[in-house]
Design a protein around this ligand. Structure first.
Ligand SMILES: [Zn+2]
Length: 124
């Protein structure tokens, strides 16, 4: 059973398009999803110990028990949990991607954006 990992917001409008994109990109049928309200904001700031613990625990299971082959970090249009503009969210996604690339490898981590058509775009 091949796995990949997705870190994103809990917003119901983005789950299906992101799951489809990440499954296809990593050629993995099972996507472990770490969903936190407005994920990119709090995860990029590293200030909330609960979100740090949640992400660390999820990544430990996904990579060490499921042998995940890679991960995507995604922001999205009209995010109620992280109500900042697209440019700010993309900066947050890039920051998280850079941080995880140092631990997981350059080609294992990608950054995504779900636009106002609920279509997934690659950021980095
Ligand atoms: Zn959101």
């Amino acid at each position: 059973m091949k796995f990949a990992t997705l870190i994103t917001c809990m917003d119901g409008r983005i789950q299906r398009p992101l799951n489809d994109y990440v499954r296809e990109y990593f050629d993995a049928p099972n996507i472990d999803t770490l969903a936190w309200p407005g994920a990119c904001g709090p995860i990029s700031r590293l200030q909330n110990p609960r979100v740090i613990e949640y992400v660390d625990r999820g990544l430990d299971i996904s990579f060490n028990l499921h042998a995940s082959c890679g991960m995507a970090i995604a922001g999205h249009h009209d995010c109620a949990g992280n109500p900042v503009n697209k440019a700010q969210q993309c900066t947050e996604v890039e920051l998280i991607v850079q941080r995880f690339r140092e631990s997981y490898g350059e080609d294992k981590v990608i950054g995504l954006w779900v636009n106002d058509q609920w279509t997934v775009e690659r950021i980095c």
